[in-house]
Ligand binder design. Sequence first.
Ligand SMILES: [Zn+2]
Ligand SMILES: [Zn+2]
Length: 91
Amino acid sequence: MNNNKRKHIAALCLFAAACLCILASCAENTSKDCFICGNSRTKKFTTSNGTARYYCKSCYSKCAFCGEKAKSSYTNLLDFHIFVCSKHKQL
Ligand SMILES: [Zn+2]
Ligand SMILES: [Zn+2]
């Protein structure tokens, strides 16, 4: 009886830990506002200086110069990302 109870508590602890993990990973994706427009539901990007920045999908998927689909990004002098299409990658 006592042994069974202990198993039950262990299972509960595992369950709680799993829930905490899920909550933590959710929070990391949504708790920060977009650096450019302030939208939520952002993705984390790290600049070449190692600064973490968060951008929403509409910002990180659009070229800053022409509005085409962004293929890559680079860090500018102000230490944030510029998202660019393949055509504007060289600028
Ligand atoms: Zn945005
Ligand atoms: Zn472009």
